[in-house]
Design a binder for this molecule. Structure first.
Ligand code: FAD
Length: 398
């Protein structure tokens, strides 16, 4: 292995953790991390939370300082987008026309914001949120505007809304579905977040369809709905989900579907290539189905397994999905997975109205599929244990 050349395409949390895991496993070959971003790999959750609240800046959530990469002989190529992958010659192409050979390759290219095809989306004052630059732009905007329209009441839309309210900005949230977060949490739990935002003065409108971002002199002035309603705003955030960056893999002929298909060990359809983080669509050994998880914990934990796979050692990624959010004074963690087609009922323990409770999703046989703790802490291990045990629970004594 000594002379092996390992290349990591991507520069987010998953990429950094993979570099760490390779060195932690005593890999002493070449590791080159090629990242489209100019910065050292950083974590994204603070971009819509602490950074927008002015509580943290980039060095606080940079994964490793530059000295760490030097100390561990990781070759960094920031500001460099991998433009092609040739599996025949085992090389990746770089924008300057050169190629980089690899013995093993890791794809960790993450996601980008999904854009709406609407008149006005390219106007000044229209924001998305994925990078530190996007977050900086939002933070600056908070100091300049009075009214923000947020299109999409998903996690990022709602977290930015909470930060904007903390900065004194009036926010209108426009959601196509009947309840925020319904696809992720179902109606009842989605309503918890609707109530939270309304209690903080947010004008949350559901069942609405945006047909245009209105502009004047190339600047956003608000949003037009398909029923003719106009919402005046000084800035607009488009937060309608993310798309995984799978083109590199797809163009190279790797098996892809919604993401890059990987097996239990995170190997792609090419045994010399692994995929981790947002792009990895894994056959999950515990859930018994393919899932792709766009969450921080996945990007944090998958690389340890992918590194072993790259090193030719047996490894399986079998962690349950986990994610968290912070909005106003509400902190939440969610563990487990409920598929859209699964029939599950929600059992709540605690104070729902006071937003201090644990919700459990149970299958028809009273087996726990997932749990969400809201302003209740240190229960994740219990929830995990309940899910993994596969045993039926008594909903009244949970
Ligand atoms: P990314 O973080 O997207 O990193 C991919 C990197 O690869 C980027 O630097 C990109 O520029 C680079 N890249 C892409 N293509 C190429 C290429 N061809 N060549 C070279 N480099 C390339 N998750 C939670 O669980 N809880 C949260 O509270 C939470 N909050 C979030 C808030 C925000 C604002 C965002 C954007 C995400 C949040 N997430 C949260 C999701 C979490 O951050 C992602 O799941 C995680 O960042 C995925 O990591 P990744 O390394 O797979 O991809």
């Amino acid at each position: 292995m000594t002379s092996s050349r390992f290349v990591i395409a991507g520069g987010g949390l998953a990429a950094a953790k993979l570099a760490e895991a390779l060195r932690a496993n005593d890999f002493d070959g070449t590791v080159t991390l090629v990242s489209a971003e100019e910065h050292l790999p950083y974590e994204r959750p603070p971009l819509s939370k602490e950074h927008l609240l002015g509580k943290k800046s980039l060095p606080d959530f940079t994964v490793d300082p530059s000295q760490w990469y030097r100390d561990h002989h990781i070759e960094l190529m920031p500001g460099t987008t991998v433009t092609g992958l040739d599996r025949g010659t085992k090389t990746v192409a770089l924008p300057d026309g050169t190629t980089l050979p690899y013995d093993k390759l890791a794809l960790a290219t993450g996601s980008r914001p999904r854009m709406l095809r609407l008149p006005g989306v390219d106007a000044r004052g229209v924001h998305v949120l994925r990078t530190i630059e996007d977050s900086d732009a939002l933070l600056a905007m908070f100091g300049e505007v009075q009214r923000l329209a947020v299109i999409g009441a998903g996690w990022i839309g709602l977290e930015v809304t909470a930060a904007a309210r903390a900065a004194g900005v009036e926010v209108t949230v426009l959601e196509a579905d009947s309840v925020p977060l319904r696809a992720a949490l179902g109606t009842e739990m989605g309503e918890v977040f609707a109530g939270l935002h309304r209690a903080h003065g947010v004008d949350l409108r559901t069942d609405v369809k945006v047909s245009e971002i209105t502009t004047a002199d190339g600047r956003a002035t608000g949003v037009l709905l398909d029923d003719g309603t106009r919402i005046e705003a000084d800035a607009v955030l488009v937060a309608v989900g993310a798309r995984p960056n799978i083109e590199l893999a797809a163009d190279a002929g790797l098996a892809v579907d919604g993401g890059v298909l990987v097996d239990e060990s995170l190997a792609t359809s090419d045994p010399d290539i692994v995929a981790v983080g947002d792009i990895a669509e894994q056959r999950h050994p515990v859930l018994g189905r393919r899932i792709r998880v766009e969450h921080w914990a996945n990007a944090l934990n998958q690389p340890a397994v992918a590194a072993l796979t790259m090193l030719g050692r047996p490894a399986v990624y079998d962690r349950l999905p986990y994610f968290f959010t912070d909005q106003y004074d509400l902190g939440m963690e969610y563990t487990g997975y409920v598929s859209p087609e699964q029939r599950a009922r929600v059992v709540v323990r605690g104070d729902l109205a006071g937003r201090e409770f644990v919700a459990y999703w149970l299958d028809p046989n009273n087996r726990v599929l997932a749990g969400m703790n809201v302003n209740v802490w240190d229960v994740t291990d219990k929830i995990k244990e309940l899910i993994l045990s596969g045993r039926a629970v008594d909903p009244d004594t949970l």
